[in-house]
Every structure is written in structure tokens, then in C-alpha cells.
Design a protein around this ligand. Sequence first.
Ligand SMILES: *[C@@H]1O[C@H](CO)[C@@H](O)[C@H](O)[C@H]1NC(C)=O
Ligand SMILES: *[C@@H]1O[C@H](CO)[C@@H](O)[C@H](O)[C@H]1NC(C)=O
Ligand SMILES: *[C@@H]1O[C@H](CO)[C@@H](O)[C@H](O)[C@H]1NC(C)=O
Ligand SMILES: *[C@@H]1O[C@H](CO)[C@@H](O)[C@H](O)[C@H]1NC(C)=O
Ligand SMILES: *[C@@H]1O[C@H](CO)[C@@H](O)[C@H](O)[C@H]1NC(C)=O
Length: 780
Amino acid sequence: MTLMMRSSHVFSLLLILLPLLASCFADPKQVYIVYFGHHSGEKTFQEIEENHYSYLSSVKETAEDARSSLIYSYKHSINGFAALLTPDEASKLSQMEEVVSVLRSHPKKYSLHTTRSWEFAGLRKWTKPHHLRKEDLLMKSKYGNDIIVGMLDNGIWPESRSFSDAGMGEIPPRWKGICQSGDSFNSSNCNKKIIGARYYLKGYEAYYGPLNRTIDYKSPRDKDGHGTHTSSTVGGRLVHNASALGGFAGGTASGGVPLVRLAMYKVCWAVPGVEKAEGNTCFEEDMLAAMDDAIADGVDVISISIGTTKPIPYTEDGIAVGALHAMKKNIVVSCSAGNSGPNVSTLSNPAPWIITVGASTLDRAFISSVELGNGMKLEGQSITPYTLEKKMYPLVYAAQVLNPHVRKNESSQCLPGSLSPEKSKGKIIFCMRGVGARIGKGLEVKRAGGIGMILGNSKENGDVLDPDSHFLPATGVTHISAVRIFKYIFSTKEPMAYIFPGTTVLHTKPAPTMAIFTSRGPNTISPDILKPDITAPGVYILAAWSEASSPTKLDRDHRVAKYNLLSGTSMSCPHIAASCALLKAIHPKWSSAAIRSAMITSAELRNNEGNLIADIAGNPADPFQFGAGHFRPTKAADPGLVYDASYTDYLLFLCSSGLKNLDSSFNCPENPPHPRNLNCPSIAIPGLRGAVTVQRTVTNVGSSRSVYFASIKPPPGFKIEISPPILFFHSVRQKKKFSITVKEDSEMLGSRKKGEYAFGWYSWFDGIHNVRSPIAISVA
Ligand SMILES: *[C@@H]1O[C@H](CO)[C@@H](O)[C@H](O)[C@H]1NC(C)=O
Ligand SMILES: *[C@@H]1O[C@H](CO)[C@@H](O)[C@H](O)[C@H]1NC(C)=O
Ligand SMILES: *[C@@H]1O[C@H](CO)[C@@H](O)[C@H](O)[C@H]1NC(C)=O
Ligand SMILES: *[C@@H]1O[C@H](CO)[C@@H](O)[C@H](O)[C@H]1NC(C)=O
Ligand SMILES: *[C@@H]1O[C@H](CO)[C@@H](O)[C@H](O)[C@H]1NC(C)=O
């Protein structure tokens, strides 16, 4: 349009353009999920789809418009559809009868819960963790042969030795899943280990347009590594000599349940225009379609290492909604708590029908020390597959070998282009952490001709070492060591140093320690529910990797790795999924709640020094970090008592929580039980005034005749009474009710701050089983 256009023309043009402009700008179409609750089970797929169209047609101009805007019609368990709607259409639909909720899909809402890979990637020797090695337990579960775990993730690398089906028995006949073909993937890529594979990207494509097939496979194949890693953590076969990059000898790699069946539901994708290392995205309409299929396909456990970076309500949370449907079918859903720690109230996936998993360390370190010319030896950590010839090398501080233009405040940072090749050549460069990727600093030293790098922690980094897989011999040291190196360099004419090759050190103490990144409670969505539930290894976990990715996922890294070390609650979640699969194999009739209860009440509170599990700074950690403690699958298989809960119990919980009911077929009673009386294996009481009594019921799953005694460790400043304090059981599956009364301890009044939580425990003990529950209380 030019400015010379006559006004009448402008006017008529505007009339034509207005509706167009309106649909483009004023009323943009977005993907919404229209959710009805559950299918009653009487309708055919066609009738369901017609029903969904009829809702769409009632807000759309034409039938054609309705058809073209439908993205998914969820037909198995979940009753609902995803469609392109204007806000106005969405609002009309939300007011219709039978519509439980209408939620808008957000492109950046969900992502995989791995820490940024360039911060944590690498390869190195690995020995199997000791947790799931109890052969008798594995034998009892037939190594998971009859159990199917559904993975919601970003694909799988089927050629990995971890997914070999050699010697595996026939696929359980109840399996109804498929092996969906696509880019570099067809039905030949499934076997008796990977029994199903599908992909979901209609929601992704509705937002980003057609998938750019150079950045991801339009198929269940993994171009990133994450999905291959989590899948092999759950159910990888025993692989001897899991060989690592640079010729490093490996240990034996194995998933938690080596014969379990895996089904990949690819729901997360590369983000266009962004390097793989920078992230990925998962759309909830795609995840809902995947969960609906997984439930219908016949999975027993679903592992979801996906979430938000902050808490969101259940009605706006596709994972919570899908998991509720799974729980109804007794499918256990394990989810990552998130990597938004150490800040409090950062927890993702807080629903009580999910098992929410925090992350902690293994008893393993990657030691690569530094020796200075004055004989001083300082411990460092590294998983770098390159080593120096054994002799001393000239050592310089980065600021001494800079290019002229570098800013003073960035002189120690080894940022790209900052080092002078002339001055750096053949030297070990001492760089500081602060800004920029750690791997990138190593690359800069290498570019400038440096022969090695020592990366010093800033004051903020303190003692937290993140061993990396650098591109040259390199190690990282604590802040105290960094200060010593700095002083040494400026105390002598010819500073020298040597970096020892990295070695894996096992049985380090203390372990486990809570990961600094693990997301924390309290649960802001349901304050009456204690979250997370449990912690499992999530720091430097070795598992299979995609050969279409590099270990750092950086575009400039062209190394190929069959196994890789990764950190995040993404890595701890599949440990719990594997353990739940074991329990499911041993107790096939148990509900989702019973299995979660067994995992939680059997968790370990102490580390390998016999002290309470601590955080990385050495302070005692609390249930808002580790839930009930560190997982112990062998104990969980025989928990003694379980806190069971039915689907209806969770709906009653939703009624009393003042949350919108998530099942339209269920009518909330007038006086539903208080949310804190949901039969959870843990207790959270926010804002206590005076006294509160909590009801619980335990089911005997141990020996038929047993007597359990209550023991209590009240949170400081509170008194706790359990009534009755002794429970007598005469048969298996017998249920007993008891109540827990919590009072403020008047003598300790004034020692507590409003809203500040105190933690304690109670447990039932019969001489064999210790059924322990964490308690978190704050005062009003
Ligand atoms: C799958 O693809 C491979 C490699 O392209 C091919 O050899 C094989 O025959 C295909 N299998 C099926 C079932 O199409
Ligand atoms: C697809 O991604 C590649 C790699 O990032 C990029 O070079 C290419 O331009 C993209 N293609 C389109 C159509 O966006
Ligand atoms: C592992 O690799 C080493 C070195 O290549 C070899 O000596 C050893 O026999 C291998 N072990 C197994 C179990 O394959
Ligand atoms: C974490 O908490 C600190 C201190 O309360 C605050 O300054 C910071 O902004 C928080 N970080 C995030 C990501 O919310
Ligand atoms: C250094 O200072 C410049 C300009 O004052 C600023 O843009 C830059 O962000 C600073 N860098 C760091 C690491 O603080």
C-alpha cells in the first residue's frame, strides 16, 4: 500500500483486509486442549471423533473449518481433543456442558529435565551402581520379562547394544502397541526389547511448521541422546566393556531391569534455530496423545523425564491429566522433579498420583589432580579423555596471555577469541569460571594453542565441581584451590604445572549427596502433599547414547559416543521407573498407589557415612529435597505395609482441594475428606494452628500375623501422637486405620518463624519392616 492511495481505496481495502487482519493479529489461532474427562467406554472411535467435531463445529463457521482445525482426537482413555482455536472460540467451548477444562498449549512450557548438556556431558569409565544388583530380587521379577515400560522422551537409538533382544522371550501377548515407521526407522528397528515406538509432533508442527528434518528425525529415532539414555537406564541389557570415547576401558553397563520391555513415545523435539545443546521442547497435546496411546497399548509403568521449570496447576498440566488416566488403569507414572534447584518451591510434577523424583549423587568421583611446580598437589575433577605426557609444563594465568581488546572484567574467563596464540602456545592456561560455557573455555585454550587447562571455581561456585569432557587435557578445581594456584603463579618466575589423567574413584564418601540442581518443595500446588517423593542417582549417570549426536550435543563436536554421562532429574526418574517395574513384576496386582507407597516408605535417609543425607555444601538435606530418602528397591519389594489409595480417593482429593474436578462423570460429595487425609505415605501440614489430626490407613502386605509399633521423631517444636500406637494384623490385605495428631509444642513457641517448615518422621516397625513416612509442618 502506498501513501498516495486515495482515501476511498484505502477504506475499501481495509474492509477486505479487516477480517484477515482480525484472524492474523487480533484473534490469533492457538492450540487448545478441550478436555472432557474419561471415556465411558461405549462409543466407537468414529462416534468419539464425530462427537469432538460436533463441539468444534458449534464454534466454527464451517464444517470444513472444524475438520481442518482438529489436531488430535483423544479416543482411548482420555476424552478430549486438541484443536486450533481463537481465544474467543476457546472461551465459548469452556462454557459448554461436559467440558471440564480448556487449556492453551504453550510452546516453551515443557522440556526434558536434563541439565544443559554442555555443562555436564562426557564419557568415562563406569562401574555398575550397586542398587539393583540383588540377584534374587531380579530373579523373582524374572528380570522384568513380563513388564512393559513406556518412555515419553525424544526417541531411541535402536542399534545400541543396550537394546539387543538376544535370548529374550516372546513379547507379552497383551501388548497392543505398534512400531511406527519414519525417517531412518521402520518396523525392523523394533525387537523383543524395544517392542513399541511411536512419535507425536502435530502440536509441535502446529506451532513451528513442518519439522526441519535435518535437526530431528521424523520418526521414533533419537537425534539427541536423551531418550536413548533414559531408556537404557530403565531397561538396557548387560553390556560388558561399554566402551568409551578415546579408548577408555569401560565397565559393565546395565539398566535397572535388564529384560523389561521398552516402548518409546517420542514427544520432545529439537527447537528450530537453536543448537541442540540449548534445549528441546515437548507440547502437551502431543504428550496427551502419547499417554492415551500408551495406556491403550498396555504399558505397566510410564517414565516421564519431562516437566516445567516452575509449578503449574493440574488443570493446566497435561502430564498431570494424562498421569491421572494412567493411574486409573494401575499404571505407575514416574516423573522428574525438575532441575530448578537449589531455590525452594521450584518443583515440577507435584500431583499425588505421580511419583516425583529428585536427584542425588553416586558414590563415585572423577579425580584429575593438578601438581604445581612447588610440589603442591591439588585435587580436581575431570572426565576429559585426553592426557598430558608426564612432565611439567609452563603455567600461566589467562589474563597474562590475552589478546589486546579483551575487557578487564572478562580477562580471566577464556571467552571465545580472548587468548593470544602467540603467548598461549604450549602452556597450561589457568581460566576462571563465571561467564561462558565451561567446554567453550577449553575450546578457546585449544584454539590458542594451549596444551592444557585448569578451570578454577569462582567464589560463587565454591566447592561444586562439574567434571567435563573437554577437548584437551583439563581439570576443574575448587575456589580454595583456585586461589592457591593464583598465588603460586604470582609468587614465582617460572610457574609450572602438570594435570594428572582423570580416574574414576569409587566408594567416595559421603554419598549420596543431593544434587545442587534438584528442584525443591514445598509443593505450592497442593501444600497438603509432601513432594518430592524420593531421590535416586541423577549425577553423572552413564547410559547409552545416540550415534547421531555428539557427547556434548554441540554442533562443533563431531565425536560419536555409544555411551555418555549425563546429569539431571531426567536421569533419576528412570531409576525409579525401573524399580517400579520390578515391583510390578513381583506384585502384579498392586495398585499404582501401593507401588509408590512401597518405594517411599522403604527409602533410606542415611548416606554411606551413616549420617543424614546432606546437600552439596554438607548441610543436612530435608524432605523438600529428597522426599522420603534414597530409593532402595530390594526393601521396597517387601514393604510390610502399604498406604493404598484408589482412583476415587484422588478424585475426592481434587474435590476438597478446591481444584476443578478432572473427571466429569464424578460428582463431588458435599463434604469430601480434607486433602491432607488422602492416604499418602507422607504428611505435609502447611500453616498449622493449634492442633490437627490426620487420618491414614495401612494395608498389610507382609506376613499374615504381625504386630506393628509406632515410633515418632516429631519435627522440632511439635508434638505428635499416633492412635492406636500398636496395630495387630491377622491376615494379609487386612486394613487398619490410625490417626496422627500434631500439636504445637507450647514450650518451644516463639522459636519458629511463620511459614518456616520443620521436618520429622513416624514409622511402623514389626521387627523386620520399617515403614517410614516423612512429615513436614509449618505454623500459621
Ligand atoms: C527397514 O529398513 C532397512 C534398511 O533400510 C531394510 O533393510 C529393511 O528391509 C526395512 N524393513 C522393513 C520391514 O521395511
Ligand atoms: C534446517 O536446519 C538446518 C540446520 O540448522 C538449517 O541449515 C536449514 O536452513 C534449516 N532449513 C529450513 C528450511 O529452515
Ligand atoms: C574388555 O576389553 C578388554 C580390552 O579390550 C579385553 O581385554 C577384555 O577381554 C574385554 N572383556 C569383555 C568381557 O569383553
Ligand atoms: C533464587 O533465589 C534467589 C534468592 O532468594 C533469587 O535471588 C533468585 O532470583 C532465585 N532464582 C530464580 C531462578 O528464581
Ligand atoms: C564486563 O563489562 C562490560 C561493559 O562494562 C559488560 O558489557 C560485560 O557484560 C561485563 N562482563 C562481565 C563478565 O561482567
